[in-house]
Structures are given as C-alpha cells and as structure tokens.
Design a protein around this ligand. Sequence first.
Ligand code: ATP
Ligand code: LTN
Length: 334
Amino acid sequence: MPADHRPILLSGIQPSGELMIGHYLGALKNWVGLQADHDCLFMLVDLHAITVRQDPAELRRRCLDFLALYVACGIDPSHSTVFVQSHVPTHAELAWVLNCFTYMGELGRMTQFKEKSQKQELNVSAGLFNYPVLMAADILLYQSHLVPVGEDQKQHLELTRDIAMRFNNLYGETFRVPECFIPPVGARIMSLQDPTSKMSKSDPNPRSYVALLDPPDLVRSKIKKAVTDSGTEVVFGNDRPAVSNLMTIYSSLTGHGFPAIEERYQGKGYADFKADLAEIVVEFLRPIQDRYHAIRSDKSELTAILKRGAEAALARSRPTVAKVYKKLGFIAAS
Ligand code: ATP
Ligand code: LTN
C-alpha cells in the first residue's frame, strides 16, 4: 500500500447474531462516511465473539455473511483493509501484554461485563472479563487516531486511552492515544420491544430488531408491532422513549430533523408514522440486500479480500509489537 498520510481509523463488529439496523446506524454508516478521508481498518472480531459460546459452523458462515454485508453497505475493500481478527496473531500477543497493565478493578467496572455476566451467571469466563483489553490491543496495534463506535462502546474506548497513557508514562511514547467517534444521532438505537434496553443482535427475541437481511414483509410487521408510548402524538421527548426511538431511526435514514418529522405527522397517529417508517426502512434495505446476494455468492472473492486484509494488517501491526517487546526488555529472537 502506498504511503498514506490520512488519519488511521479502526473499528470492528463481532460476527455473532445478525447484523441489524442498530449496527448500521451506530457503526457501519459512519465507517462508510469516514472511509474516503481516513486510512481505514475494519475487522470481524471473532476472538471477541467467543467470549460467549458460538456454534462453530455458524461462526464460520457468519464471518463471510458479515463481510459481504460490510461490502454491501459501502465498505470498499480496495481502499480499506478488511480482515478477520484471528488471522492476525499480533492481536492476541498485544492483548496478553496489555492484560499486565490493566487492573481487575477497571475491568470489573465495565458496564458491558456487568450486563453480560448477569445474563450468564454461571461460568462467566475470564475472556468475557478481559474482553476490553483485547479491544484495546486491536486499536493500539495500528496507532489508530479514530475509532467510530456506538454509545455502548464509549467506556471501552476510555479504558483503551487509560491503558495507552499508562504504558506511555511507564516506558515512553509507544502508543497513540485514540479518539472516539460517536454519531450525534443513532448512537444508541433501542429495542423495538423495550425502549429502555439497547437494540442488540444477541436479543433472543428477533422482533426486537430489524436485521439488515430481513425480507420486506417481516420489516413491515416488526415496525408495525413495535411498542409505542401512551398517547398518540408523534413528538420527540424523554417521556416518549418508544416513539422517540422510531423517530431516531426515521431521522437517521432520511436526514430529516425531529421538528420536521413532528410537523409532518401533526394530527396523524402512530399508525401513519409507522407505515411510512416501514417503507423507508424497506427501501433503504433493498439495494443493500441486492448487493449482498451478489457478493455473498462469490466465495473466492470474499476469501481473497480477507487474505489481502490479513497480510496488510499483520505487516502494519508487527512494528508496534516489536516496539512494545523491546521497551519491556524482551530480548530479540535473532
Ligand atoms: P452483542 O449483543 O452480540 O454483544 P451488539 O449487538 O452489541 O452485540 P457489537 O458487535 O457489540 O453488537 O457492536 C458492533 C458495533 O455496533 C459497535 O460499535 C456498537 O456500539 C454498535 N451498536 C451495537 N448495537 C447498537 C445499537 N443498538 N445502536 C447503535 N449502535 C449499536
Ligand atoms: N467491542 C466492540 C467490537 C470491537 C471493536 C474493536 C470496536 C472489538 N474490537 C476495536 C472498535 C475498535 C463491540 O462493539 N462490541
């Protein structure tokens, strides 16, 4: 790859569950928007995914499904480095080192760990606890400037910055301290069935989210049956979490602000609003789904993208590991 002076951007999604509209609005949309003027690395974080049990056959299939969806959503693998985390061994190597510079107390305070370990009370793995350290390694390996994520990942980004600063203070400038990019609208899309909890691909109820590959009639039915607040007005506000969430999806997909949406539906009820929103989502998904089906059928091209991506990522991350090992006092192998 030629010398690139654009800021380095890195992000990833776990290949678990189904990619859904929350991932698009909180992450993928911004990856695509920032792609032209950043030097981008986009990952499929399979090492992160195994912090909860995965079916091996499904995980294998899903990595390619997600890759095809990244491309269908607008990630251009000829401009950006797209790779699978487990193909690049430096991630696990740096994660081990960073584990030795992260405190149990810090990891115990992570909201995602608290939520996921509560759901899974028995046999909470050390991997689930250490998850944010691997994420810090992902980011720091590439000297990333910018990390676009949804709101729920902000705390992990703050921990990454703390780990980087701690290491730099002890050993001298080693890691760039990254910045977090959180979109102003769409950073936290809520469940369609419970507007007090985040829309999540690991939700056992598929009616709580719209998957990027849901067929049109299923999208219509999920939006029609989405819970609403008491009252009938299409007005944004903290006291109306359900309709505000639907308005956020509407606004993110159309670019219309909340006052314009309120004006358009003045005097109309939730049913009209939901019917229009359903069509907006269906029309938004249609070209993504068409592109997806074309791309997903070309397995050799998908494999080639990942091979190129892994080679580039390994070459770019090796110098950081070498620098870290040297600073720590590890002797060189040759
Ligand atoms: P899981 O529930 O399987 O742990 P998840 O649905 O939270 O996963 P991740 O792989 O953890 O998905 O998230 C990938 C990216 O999508 C992250 O940047 C995350 O912040 C963003 N994201 C996930 N859910 C939402 C949401 N409901 N709204 C906005 N962004 C989201
Ligand atoms: N933990 C993130 C996924 C992730 C990530 C990263 C995001 C793993 N490594 C590095 C940005 C940068 C999540 O969304 N659950």
